[in-house]
Each structure stands twice: as structure tokens, then as C-alpha cells.
Write a protein that binds this ligand. Structure first.
Ligand SMILES: Nc1nc2c(ncn2[C@@H]2O[C@H](COP(=O)(O)OP(=O)(O)OP(=O)(O)O)[C@@H](O)[C@H]2O)c(=O)[nH]1
Length: 232
């Protein structure tokens, strides 16, 4: 279930606007401190991508998630060092995502690969998801993490932590194991997304330029001079 859905063209616009922000209007002053990160959540169907993003963005466990069709958008505003950072999560169900796949990977800032610790096959699919990312030109500097979900189902575990750690190490990804369902894991789920947010903060030059008062005055004087010398 999505908290908010956007048409695909709006999805693209949101990120391209902020990727190349030039301060030239009142709107820019208002949004100058808002940074939008696009984090995509991928993995086999049924591993709990929707529940994980819902837990982070909505704070609760989504009891009856429907299979995601295309892309779901979720958003949560974080306070990091006094700045507002918006994270958009997109969760896509494999069967239904074909037409969206290009949009899904475009301008991505970080990737979360999810498998289900009770499903060996979902874990074995992770290299294919990593390869799909690569095929869609997600750059090597884009932070990636691996998440094993459904840790609450202790008796049904099929993926040992050691095997998961081994795979994560081979790609140099941090590994997290958690449960979207267990209320006690709420802070851990938060920590996963916050880890990414901090990495993004240090990785990307996302601080948007804010004009100082003297810069504005300088610009204003320059415009006045141009107007005064204009021959037309
Ligand atoms: N026990 C347990 N069940 C979970 C957990 N997370 C999700 N589920 C269940 O797993 C099923 C699939 O969850 P979704 O979040 O819809 O999985 P998805 O990966 O988004 O699935 P698609 O949209 O089909 O790609 C649902 O029945 C959830 O209730 C968890 O941490 N523990």
C-alpha cells in the first residue's frame, strides 16, 4: 500500500529539479534547505520491501500489504544536523514493474537490496538484482546496502548470517538483518535508512547554494547597471 502515489513524469521532475538547482526565484529560497534523496528498494517479490519502507515512513507494520504494482512512493522528512532531508522510497514488484524500470533506476541516490532470511532463493537472487542495477547504469559511487528481512521467523531461517555477511563483504556492502514486523526492531529499521542518509550526506554535494545578502545586492547592482547602459 502506498502512502502517496505520483505519476511517473512527476517522479522524474522532482529529482531533476533538485539535481540542478539554481537560485533565481522565490521558490528556490523556500526550498533551498530541502534535499531529496531517491532511495530504491529492490529484491524478490514477497521479501517485505513494502513493509520495510512502510515501517520506516509510516512507523507501523503494514498488516495486509498488496502486491506492489509498478512503483510505490513513500516519503519521510528527517532532521539531520538541522537540515530537512526527504527520502523517497520506491518499492517495485517484479512482475508489474517492466514499464517502470527505466524510471525506477534513473537518478537514484542509494539502493537497498532486500532478501527474506526464510527464503534461500530470495537471497540467491541478490546477485541478479545487483547485476540489474549495473545494467541500468547505477554508478559505483551510489551507496548500496543489503537487508535480510523477517528475522522474527527464527525457526524458519534458511539464510545464515555468515553466508549473508560473506556475500555482502564480497560486494563491500554493509549488511543489516531485521524485521519489519517486530515492533522492537523499529529503531533498527530507522537506523538502516539513517545510515544511508548519513552516507548520502557525506557523499553527494547536495548542499544547495544559498545566496548571501551581499551576493543578492551585487546581483541587484549588476542588473541595474545593465538596465542603465542598455541601448534599446
Ligand atoms: N513475519 C514477517 N512477515 C513479514 C515481514 N515483512 C513482511 N512480511 C510479510 O511478507 C509478505 C510480503 O510483504 P511485502 O512487504 O508486501 O513484500 P514485497 O517485497 O513488497 O512484495 P512485492 O510487492 O510483491 O514485491 C506480507 O505477507 C507481509 O506481511 C517481517 O519482517 N516478518
Amino acid at each position: 500500500m502506498a502512502i502517496e502515489k505520483k505519476p511517473e513524469d512527476e517522479f522524474d521532475t522532482v529529482f531533476s529539479q533538485n539535481d540542478s538547482l539554481e537560485l533565481s526565484s522565490h521558490h528556490d529560497y523556500v526550498t533551498a534547505q530541502t534535499r531529496i534523496f531517491k532511495i530504491i528498494v529492490i529484491g524478490d517479490s514477497n521479501v517485505g520491501k513494502t513493509c520495510l519502507t512502510y515501517r520506516f515512513c509510516g512507523g507501523t507494520f503494514l498488516k495486509n500489504p498488496e502486491a506492489t504494482i509498478g512503483v510505490d512512493f513513500r516519503e519521510r522528512t528527517l532532521e539531520l544536523d538541522g537540515e530537512s532531508i526527504k527520502i523517497w522510497d520506491t518499492a517495485g514488484q517484479e512482475r508489474f514493474r517492466k514499464s517502470m524500470v527505466e524510471h525506477y533506476y534513473r537518478s537514484v541516490h542509494a539502493v537497498i537490496f532486500v532478501y527474506d532470511v526464510t527464503s534461500l532463493s530470495s537471497f540467491e537472487s541478490i546477485p541478479e538484482w545487483i547485476e540489474e542495477c549495473r545494467r541500468h547504469c547505477v554508478g559505483p559511487l551510489v551507496p548500496r546496502i543489503m537487508v535480510g528481512n523477517k528475522c522474527d521467523l527464527r525457526d524458519r531461517r534458511e539464510v545464515p548470517t555468515t553466508a549473508a555477511q560473506c556475500l555482502a563483504d564480497s560486494y563491500n556492502f554493509p549488511l543489516f538483518e531485521t524485521s519489519a514486523k517486530e515492533p522492537a526492531e523499529k529503531e533498527h529499521v530507522d537506523a538502516i535508512f539513517l545510515t544511508l542518509a548519513y552516507r548520502l550526506k557525506s557523499h553527494k554535494p547536495l548542499r544547495l547554494k544559498q545566496p548571501s545578502e551581499s551576493n543578492i545586492r551585487q546581483l541587484w547592482n549588476q542588473r541595474e547597471q545593465e538596465a542603465a547602459t542598455c541601448q534599446c
